[in-house]
Design a protein. Structure first.
Length: 313
């Protein structure tokens, strides 16, 4: 199906890089003729949220005192094809984080004309946004439409035939500490716990746990300006990924209000499991495992949460 879509849309999907030197051999890229889409890829190093929240991007331009926002009118419609349910959920949560309490206009523009096609053995959770979902059923796929665009793709397409919808079958995750309903209370109680000092003995403070996370969204901005005379100037504002784990993240003109690695580690947990639930109603984690797999210090946040739950429950 992806082959027929690339004639009209920019299609991005998971492919096998055949690189044995990395933990994951899969990556999301633009699909071209002859590329084989991996329909059940497991995990990629960088999540597909990178297309909606790029690593680096120009967010506005200005010339002669006039501000012009990023132009997305000429952007060709694109499809993120073959998303597994974890990455689909990551995009859904990032959508909600960037939509409030104040909407991020740049993110919203990036999401315009971007359509989500997911593939898995289970159905998405009821509140998750998508356009088409393909559920693996033996040697076929049961397709569910989640939007007007999805219905438009299916309508009259000989690849599809209408059948009676089978019962909803959502994924039941293995018991994980992130699902503890009292986790936000436990994290707040543990602020002075020696576990945070213990983690500083191992953690490099490199920020990789945030860079590979589908739900993290810290960024910094930079203005580049070219001045000609008194009234003429032009330039752009750029933004790029940042990490709350980095030493200078909380540095401002007068001081650094989070100079110790211990405090930055605690802040990472607090943001995901206390602040995000309070602001958005869900934890800032989809339990995809990327931060565990790619941490150079081999820190497993499950072990930290399990310790805290046992001690403060």
């Amino acid at each position: 199906m992806a082959e027929s879509l690339i004639k009209k849309y920019d299609v991005y999907g998971p492919v096998n890089t055949h690189d044995e030197a990395v933990f994951s051999k899969y990556t999301f890229k633009k699909i071209g003729a002859g590329d084989k889409v991996e329909l059940h890829y497991g995990v990629t190093t960088v999540p597909p949220t990178k297309y909606l929240f790029p690593v680096r991007e120009d967010i506005l331009y200005f010339k002669n005192n006039k501000e012009v926002f990023k132009d997305s009118e000429n952007q060709k419609p694109r499809i993120l094809f073959g998303l597994n349910l974890a990455d689909l959920e990551g995009i859904d949560r990032l959508d909600k984080e960037f939509s409030g309490p104040i909407q991020d206009e740049v993110y919203a523009k990036n999401h315009e004309n971007t359509y989500l096609f997911s593939i898995d053995h289970f159905d998405p959770e009821p509140e998750t946004s998508y356009d088409l979902h393909f559920k693996k059923k033996d040697d076929r796929y049961e397709v569910t439409t989640g939007s007007a665009f999805g219905r438009e793709i299916v309508a009259g397409n000989p690849l599809f035939r209408e059948t009676k919808k089978e019962s909803l079958k959502t994924f039941e995750p293995k018991k994980s500490p992130i699902h503890n309903l009292d986790l936000y209370k436990i994290i707040e109680k543990s602020k002075d716990d020696p576990i945070w000092d213990k983690l500083t003995e191992t953690c490099f403070g490199c920020g990789i746990c945030t860079y590979v996370c589908p739900v993290c969204y810290c960024f910094e901005t930079e203005d580049k300006v070219k001045v000609e005379g008194i009234k003429k100037c032009e330039g752009c504002r750029k933004r790029r990924w940042d990490s709350c784990m980095l030493a200078d993240f909380a540095s401002i003109s007068s001081h650094d209000f989070r100079p110790e690695l211990r405090d930055r580690i605690y802040n990472w947990y607090h943001h995901k499991f206390v602040r995000t639930p309070k602001e958005h109603g869900f934890v800032g984690c989809i339990d995809c495992g990327r931060c565990i797999v790619y941490c150079p210090a081999r820190i497993n946040f499950h072990e930290t949460l399990t310790y805290l739950i046992k001690k403060y429950s």
